[in-house]
Ligand binder design. Structure first.
Ligand code: CMP
Length: 152
């Protein structure tokens, strides 16, 4: 089983604050994703800066860091065939105004900056981002599930 069956997601502070956690988790599970790890985390500004280091220097960077450290987030590792691409389809465009009807960002995002959820943009990002938040004891890896004969 390759790592393309895994992605990493966060429910961002705005969606947590607006009580959308349950609705968003339902959309994710209804779309066939299995939640392999999940927890609530409060990022410091330096945690957020490290997580989003690739965006350093962009005009929205400081706003992104401030927002992502403004309140708790829900961090998750999600399993499904073709997880990265399928999850990005489920969440929709970064800008909710451009997101397709029915996508998580269309339903719950309020702006490009406050866009409800994060989804990894590649398998390499999914690996890095999952490891950023979860130790091996907290994370049911795809390999573990397969070795144990579990379907996911
Ligand atoms: P995310 O998927 O978490 O990855 C990077 C984040 O940067 C993105 O979601 C948005 O929240 C934010 N972002 C990207 N482009 C812009 C922009 N033009 N203006 C404000 N925020 C942005």
């Amino acid at each position: 089983m390759s790592t393309s069956n895994k992605t990493f997601s966060m429910i961002k502070p705005g969606a947590v604050h607006n009580h959308h956690i349950g609705h968003i988790l339902s959309k994710i599970e209804d779309a066939g994703f299995k939640i392999a790890a999940i927890k609530t985390v409060r990022l410091t500004p330096s945690d957020a800066a490290e997580f989003y280091a690739e965006h350093e220097g962009k005009p929205f960077y400081q706003e992104l860091i401030d927002f992502m450290s403004s309140g708790p987030i829900i961090a998750m590792v999600l399993l499904k065939d073709n997880a990265v691409a399928d999850f990005r389809k489920l969440i929709g465009s970064t800008d909710p105004a451009q997101a397709e009807e029915g996508t998580i960002r269309k339903l719950f995002a309020t702006s490009k900056a406050h866009n409800a959820v994060h989804g990894s943009d590649s398998d390499a990002s999914a690996d890095r981002e999952s490891s950023f938040f979860f130790s091996r004891r907290e994370w049911l890896r795809v390999e573990d599930a397969t070795d144990n004969g579990m379907e996911y």
